[in-house]
Design a protein around this ligand. Sequence first.
Ligand code: M6R
Length: 607
Amino acid sequence: MCGIVGYSGIRPAAPILLEGLKRLEYRGYDSAGISVGHEGKLTVVKKKGKIKKLREAVPPKIQGVYGIGHTRWATHGQVNDENAHPHSDQSGNITICHNGIIENFNILKSKLLEEGYIFVSETDSEVIAHLVSKFYDGDLEQAVKTALGLLEGTYGILCMHADEPGRIIGARNGSPLVLGIGEGEMFLASDVTAMMAYTKHVVYIEDGEVVDVTPEGYHTSDLNNRTISKKIQHISWELDEIEKDGYETFMLKEIFEQPRSITRGMRGRLDKENGAAHLGGLNLTSQELLNIERIKIIAAGTSFHAGLVAAHLLESLARIPCTAELASEVRYRNPIVEKNSLYFAVSQSGETADTLYAMRELKRKGARVLGICNVVGSTIARESDGGVYIHSGPEIAVASTKAFTSQLTAFYLFTVIMARMRHLSLKDGMVFVRELGEIPSIIEKVLEKDSEIKILAKKYAGAKDFLFMGRGINYPVALEGALKLKEISYIHAEGYSAAEIKHGPIALINEETPSMFLIPNDELREKTISNMKEIKARKGPVIALAVDGDSEVGDVADDVIYIPRTHDLLYPLVMVVPLQLFSYHCARELGRDVDQPRNLAKSVTVE
Ligand code: M6R
């Protein structure tokens, strides 16, 4: 969602801030701004719309070697220049950028208004600038801390004062903040991608911490002025991973990366000889793994769909009762944490508020929660009791693709571990692990169908509504196919269990409503073909995803995308790829902004 950047050093700050904001574009935003300090004065430039507009508005000769910047995703107040950040106090001597939500801003604002402070925006964030101004008596850090003591809600903030050149105060409570350490220069951002071009040495600021930054160094402390010593960490991502690398969009690049990202997620973890797997970060002994009687998965969006596949998988292969639930629903229903249960919080970004808050609630009740995350050092990764990094590399497009298949890969590995401790024989384990290891090359073959899928997308992109049908372990893949299509093409789409359509959704079928059927060569194949015939009998156009050589499907469906055969339980990894490509090409055909679809943010850090 919102992004923040800060720079204090030796180089002109404005280009670095604009570049950092550009790197954060993928998170989703509707306006952007920067504030740069020079000769005892802070200049603010902010604009509704894209960074390009902001860049045009920034005076080319703007001077100053320190500053802060922000991309806003509106929560309080309309999308306009006034509500964009940075916000200033009345004197213009203080500027702040804020990510998160100040829940008690109405009370604070009323008091400040009574005291004569004048507000120029509708945002909750502006109160912070006035509060810092109210408490400022020559020490910015102390004024920020006093102001923070009054705030309820979440924040990642950056603050500067015209009288303290080069100094930036950052603080975090619930919204990420990272410090980047350079040579005589310091970077601050909500996300490492904003600073990777300059430094790979970072310090993750934790909730309740304040960082006081100057070009020469930094000091971290809590709100009670107790010093906190921090570990410097090294970012393993490479710069080319956050660039398009010749692809027309990040989403297409990420779809095509999947053979490599899955391979990376399996590297050193597959044990072909023993038909087993290793996952180092689970922090559970063999005995503890054996004692687990139930598994529960919490997540949102695409990660939830990965959780649904995992639930089916764990029950089928490891014979452990498992359910997946929307994290947003878990927190508020006073969840019961049972003995010998293990929880997974699944999140690409590791910052999704719904998942994070549900995880905290479960932990408060004594649950052991493991994280399945992509972003190293993210909040969910740090607060979980252990877990698995999926290593899919940075995912920049808002629509999640490679993270989904990497999340599944992590769950396949975990399931093999659990299954081999229980009912899965060495022989069957070896077969499964071998077939899992072959998935990247199968996906390569599916990706070769890109131009065929593009032609199909041209044919169907005019549809107003679309249905996706799958069964068993592929039912969540149908949900994921529908989510992908609606979020990037804006075509209304729903996913159903193919068996369920006769209980209602079949009423939607007519010549103009196409259905996508997922038909692997598994035990439900024939039943799914019957469901498909029911649609054809009502003149509904049908595209099928079927296994090479399945001519019966070809005889019924209007169009078929054939995929290679694999193990029955591994089809989700293969089936989802043509669905990603289909959605992608529909969206391009309709001229959509695929990487940054309207109203969406990459990392949803508000409830
Ligand atoms: O970062 P997370 O995996 O926690 O994100 C969860 C959802 O917000 C995310 O999957 C969202 O649904 C994507 N836009 C799907 O493409």
